[in-house]
Design a protein around this ligand. Sequence first.
Ligand SMILES: NC(=O)c1ccc[n+]([C@@H]2O[C@H](COP(=O)([O-])OP(=O)(O)OC[C@H]3O[C@@H](n4cnc5c(N)ncnc54)[C@H](O)[C@@H]3O)[C@@H](O)[C@H]2O)c1
Length: 330
Amino acid sequence: MNESLRIGVIGCGDIAATRHIPALSACSDVRLAALCDADLQRARHLAEQYQVPIATADYRELLQNESLDAVVICTPPWVTPHLTMESLQAGKHVLCEKPMAVDVNTAEKVRETERATGYKVQVGFTYRHGPLLETLREWIKQGKLGSPLVYRLGIFDESWDPTGNPEHYDRIYRTMQHGSPSIHDGAHVADFLQFLAESPVTAVESFGIRTRTEFPTTNYDLSVIRFENGDIAKVEIGWFLPKFPKGEFEIVGPKGIAIFDRFDQYVQLKTGEITETVKLEEDWAASCFSIQLGKFIASIRTNTPCVPGVDEGIGSLALTKAIEKSLRER
Ligand SMILES: NC(=O)c1ccc[n+]([C@@H]2O[C@H](COP(=O)([O-])OP(=O)(O)OC[C@H]3O[C@@H](n4cnc5c(N)ncnc54)[C@H](O)[C@@H]3O)[C@@H](O)[C@H]2O)c1
């Protein structure tokens, strides 16, 4: 397989248009060969913009295309696992968006299908890739913060603007019908924790509020998570508020503190003796998408497992489902 990999995209909504398709089209090792969206206009519009030869509303038509090596699946997470399984059965490798499913049983069926077909799945935990998270992990592994650690993580996204941006309101409302923000944005945070703490979860306590009665779930969740190694995480995920706090990412230990500032794109370690900073010059999010794609391609070319793969996808989902269970018990 020395030629460029031929890749198709299923689901040409927001994240495909703003991140995946630009990353695919900028990659010299990829031929962006086909686009599919249930809304044909979306696929056609992007196909024209990126000179992609095939645009279709029927994902089965795309999967029947034998010349495609792989697909990137950017559909809502209650649709994604079914398309992932059909893609694997059609002989395509899959890079699927997070969360890989909205329930663990379905995610496990994806794992069975991956094993049965021999094609690969990478899960789109985009922001674990790149030097910032890797540096944090190295500092932790080298014991620079000591242990046990307290992770303080917050993601506040998707502001509430039903009249100014009704399309966005409908999309996020629909998403909340399939789980609170902890299931959706929480998928990234749960992956950060499995990437950094590398220890099984032993307890989860979550509390949530619903700031408007019409919301289908809580829209601001606060969780405390305990790990077998003694670490603790405090996680806040909030959607659908008119204004948000910044959303911290800090790790506090007996020897010092590490900070990840995703807006100013740096990580910093501060102990009694030293301050160490690693700053990224290029756009952090764009570089994470490009590194993610590079790793997916490398796994296909070298026939090695994708990381993060289905096991990490299920690990993240198990934690966010434990958060959801705790929210329901309140
Ligand atoms: N990695 C990240 O940083 C990141 C960021 C945002 C969203 N996401 C994830 O990406 C996924 C998509 O999110 P989005 O914001 O782009 O949503 P979106 O609603 O804007 O896009 C989804 C698209 O999928 C299409 N679609 C749905 N079912 C289909 C089917 N059966 N066949 C073909 N097309 C179909 C829809 O028409 C829509 O255009 C979600 O799982 C979300 O959690 C990831």
